[in-house]
Write a protein that binds this ligand. Structure first.
Ligand SMILES: [Zn+2]
Length: 102
């Protein structure tokens, strides 16, 4: 059963790319020739979407609970990113509103 891989850098708890064992931020550091140690900058809302999206793509397709949980987490992260851009959910899209059918 595939599991989420975490970054190999000590103290880093981010999900990592399976191929290199590093999270996107530490991979970027490696590619730029910067030292891997030390704190990573705060992730932007869009970076969080990318990480949540790749975690969802790597979810075990046979594990319905994990798949659903990661999809919900991805959706919440997307909503948070969109809110950071000033988006608000439209009221008219509220599902199953009985008063809307009257
Ligand atoms: Zn890392």
């Amino acid at each position: 059963m595939p599991e989420t891989h975490y970054c190999e850098v000590e103290g880093c708890e981010r999900p990592a790319w399976r191929a290199c064992g590093l999270c996107p931020a530490h991979l970027k550091r490696l590619q730029r020739g910067r030292p891997l140690g030390g704190p990573i900058e705060q992730l932007s809302p869009l970076e969080r979407v990318i990480i949540a999206g790749s975690a969802w793509l790597e979810a075990d397709a046979e594990n319905d609970d994990q798949y659903a949980a990661r999809l919900r987490a991805f959706e919440a992260t997307c909503a948070s990113w969109l809110r950071s851009k000033g988006w608000r959910p439209p009221r008219s899209s509220m599902p199953h509103n009985p008063s809307a059918t009257v």
